[in-house]
Design a protein around this ligand. Structure first.
Ligand SMILES: Cc1cc2nc3c(=O)[nH]c(=O)nc-3n(C[C@H](O)[C@H](O)[C@H](O)COP(=O)(O)OP(=O)(O)OC[C@H]3O[C@@H](n4cnc5c(N)ncnc54)[C@H](O)[C@@H]3O)c2cc1C
Length: 320
């Protein structure tokens, strides 16, 4: 068995890659198959996810669109269809700023194909990113009096970063990878408006060479090294690992994982806008939070304060 420290990494290098690449890099965390990433692997990976309806992977890339529409009635009608999982602002009477994941835009089209604004967004997205939308039905119901011009453009991330803080907080997304124990990932995934992908104990076989033929555990913050409590914990992990490896001789990883404990190392990527990160940090840096959660959230807050002071300096302040 291996004992490792919990860590986090802000994946801002992912901000500058394509949407399909972003999805692949996040998606492969489930299978821990990152070694299969090459210059041509992103599109086949996305197609496979679509085919298998592994839809949460499609939440792992967002884009911001700006739509201009002179007909305010059409804008009202768009809002009346209650678009879900999209962040929508109206910076001017005829202008909309819309941020959402590939999944959210796909489902918007499926749910509201009769809306002219939705049709314009879909046409733009289909032309620009066919891989994500080409499998969807194309025929939109015709609407009488449809000669209104709606223009759509993609808002680059650099431009999102120049939005006024209240708008930027809603439209700016950030991915963070945590390597933590399974109890912490259970707590993290309770943050419903965020998107998550995590290492799957159903698919990962820790007896294989790429995992070093062993199970990795996160060092518990609660016990001092060599204390009786730590020694008991370590002995217990060794027993779990022994049972897991023995079960794997005759069963699958999804069956053998039944004996894996909370301390098991798990990688998880959380993807959310700044508003949700503020909410997570406010809750998870608090002295009332799980110490194992605070162990990664306090340094994450510090790093986000350094990078984006106007958004994070006051969040969870005093949580030391
Ligand atoms: C110290 C601490 C102790 C905890 N103890 C327990 C425990 O004993 N048992 C337990 O089950 N959980 C526990 N939790 C988890 C907690 O109940 C929340 O599930 C978790 O913190 C997620 O936060 P959230 O509910 O604010 O919302 P998030 O899911 O992060 O949502 C953020 C925002 O989304 C909106 N939202 C999302 N979904 C809905 C919805 N369905 N309806 C309305 N608004 C919605 C709300 O505006 C909310 O503010 C604990 C959390 C903490 C920090």
């Amino acid at each position: 068995m291996r004992i490792i420290e919990p860590t986090f990494a802000i994946l801002d290098e992912f901000d500058h890659i394509g949407l399909a690449e972003h999805i692949e890099r996040c998606g492969r965390i489930c299978y821990k198959s990152e070694e299969r990433i090459d210059a041509d692997s992103a599109l086949p990976f996305v197609r496979k996810m679509l085919q298998h309806q592994h839809n949460s992977v499609l939440e792992m890339a967002v884009l911001t669109l700006q739509a201009e529409c002179q007909d305010k009635g059409l804008i009202n009608s768009f809002f009346a269809c209650l678009p879900r999982f999209l962040h929508i602002d109206r910076p001017g009477p005829t202008s909309l700023l819309i941020t959402g994941s590939i999944r959210a835009f796909r489902e918007l089209w499926l749910q509201c194909p009769h809306e002219l604004l939705v049709q314009a967004l879909f046409e733009f997205l289909l032309a620009r990113h066919p891989v994500f939308f080409e499998d969807l039905p194309k025929d939109s119901p015709s609407v009488p009096g449809t000669d209104v011009h709606i223009s759509v453009r993609k808002v680059p991330l650099a431009e999102v970063d120049t939005l006024p803080p209240s708008l930027r907080a809603r439209h700016r997304f950030l991915a963070v990878r945590f390597i933590v124990n399974r109890a912490v990932t259970h707590e993290l995934v309770r943050h419903r408006p965020c998107s998550f992908l995590q290492e799957s104990q159903r698919y990962c076989r820790y007896s294989s060479d790429r995992f070093g033929n062993e199970v990795s555990f996160i060092r518990p913050i609660f016990f001092k090294e060599n204390s009786p409590e730590f020694n008991l914990w370590q002995q217990s992990m060794e027993e779990c690992e022994r049972a897991y490896l023995q079960l794997l001789e005759t069963t699958s990883p999804q069956a053998a994982r039944s004996v894996l404990p909370n301390s098991c190392k798990t990688e998880i990527i959380a993807y959310a806008n700044f508003v949700q990160w503020q909410h997570i940090l406010a809750l998870r840096c608090s002295p009332a939070a799980d110490p194992s959660m605070r162990e990664v959230m306090l340094p994450l807050r510090q790093e986000l304060c350094r990078r984006y002071p106007e958004h994070f300096t006051t969040v969870g302040a005093g949580a030391v």
